[in-house]
Design a protein around this ligand. Structure first.
Ligand code: CO
Ligand code: CO
Length: 347
């Protein structure tokens, strides 16, 4: 009967090889997948599409309102069903926040092994619905298939005022670079240290809602925004640098990290996406700092923070700390934008 008995005591991460945003296709592979049709003309109402690509699509619906549309899903990166559902939902909502939008409605995208205990699946779905509710939205449907490997995430729709959307483009030399969450989710989860794992899980469950609100309050001071996920800090900073045709400088000693993440990096812990992320940036990245800090900037993040290039007036006069609303949104200053050909520099 072993075959047909429900998987009630299963550890979710044993059902997959590569969980969380580390499962994401590499940046260079993704670009070649899109190359064939990315060049097609985009309709006028499409305010943000694939040219250039961004965190979510933005479509003008009527005067004063645009739809923000995104989807994100991945295999389990944690064993607890509540954590998995909550993290997947916070991560999926993050792309709406990266565009400056408000979450409105979400649909589950799910695949589960047939013999997985229905109670586990119900807990994943309930936790995700709770986080979407916390975001101010509602889960109103979805689609579930049978598959040997669990996959869960959500398609999230939000709204934004047309023209007020944030994009990855627009960073300017002189800008301060700010980040709303610590780094090292992959390293912390792989560390085997239960305190490190617990801190990373709490961070991944947290919405970027307050961070997005702080950026919106900063108004015109905000020049470019994205969220840090599978490509790691350096990979997402490169997207900002590429579109701005400028150098994004990351100060290695200022990077906030989850407890235990740097220790794990020093011990030689590396996650699946680390090598892929380094390869993606070959030729675009000048690396100073220690090897452990390099591991931190290449570590694939799941449900990572918002990364923004902002007018230096929005941070303290020395440019070393987020000030006012940005500090309240959880932001720390981690670098700056300098003139030059597109590149990322880790110093
Ligand atoms: Co994103
Ligand atoms: Co995404």
């Amino acid at each position: 009967m072993a075959d047909a008995s429900p998987l009630t005591t299963v550890r979710l991460t044993e059902l997959t090889e590569c969980g969380g945003c580390a499962a994401k296709w590499g940046g260079s592979d993704l670009r070649s997948l899109l190359a064939g049709w990315q060049a097609e003309a985009e309709p006028e109402g499409l305010l943000v599409g694939l040219r250039p690509f961004d965190d979510a699509a933005v479509v003008r619906l009527a005067d004063g309102v645009a739809l923000v549309s995104t989807v994100d899903f991945f295999p389990p990166l944690v064993d607890d069903p509540d954590d998995y559902g909550a993290i997947a939902a916070a991560n999926a909502c993050s792309d709406v926040y990266a565009m400056g939008g408000d979450v409105v409605v979400a649909l589950n995208v799910a695949a589960f092994p047939e013999h997985l205990d229905p109670d586990i699946i119900a807990r994943i779905l309930a936790a995700a619905a709770g986080v979407v509710r916390e975001a101010g939205g509602v889960v109103a449907g979805g689609h579930t298939i049978r598959a040997p490997e669990p996959i869960f995430g959500l398609a999230v729709q939000g709204i934004v005022r047309p023209g007020a959307q944030f994009t990855k483009a627009g960073a300017r030399p002189g800008d301060a670079l700010v980040l709303s969450k610590p780094l090292g989710t992959g390293l912390a989860l792989a560390s085997g240290d239960e305190h490190a794992v617990a801190a990373a899980i709490a961070g991944m469950r947290a919405l970027n809602r307050d961070a997005a609100a702080a950026l919106r309050a900063a108004g015109d001071a905000v020049h470019a925004v994205t969220d840090v996920t599978g490509f790691g800090l350096a990979g997402h900073a490169w997207e900002v640098a590429e579109q701005a045709r400028a150098i994004v400088v990351i100060d290695g000693h200022r990077l906030p990290a989850y407890p235990g993440a740097l220790d794990a990096a020093v011990r030689g812990v590396r996650t699946g996406g680390d090598a892929r992320n380094r390869a993606y940036l070959a030729g675009h990245l000048a690396e100073g700092a220690t090897e452990a800090v390099r591991a931190l900037v290449h570590d694939p993040q799941t449900s990572g923070g918002l990364l923004a290039a902002v007018d230096p007036a929005a941070v303290d006069p020395a440019g070393t700390a987020a000030a006012g609303g940005l500090a309240a949104g959880g932001f720390a200053v981690i670098g700056r934008v300098e003139p030059g050909p597109a590149a990322v520099e880790l110093r």
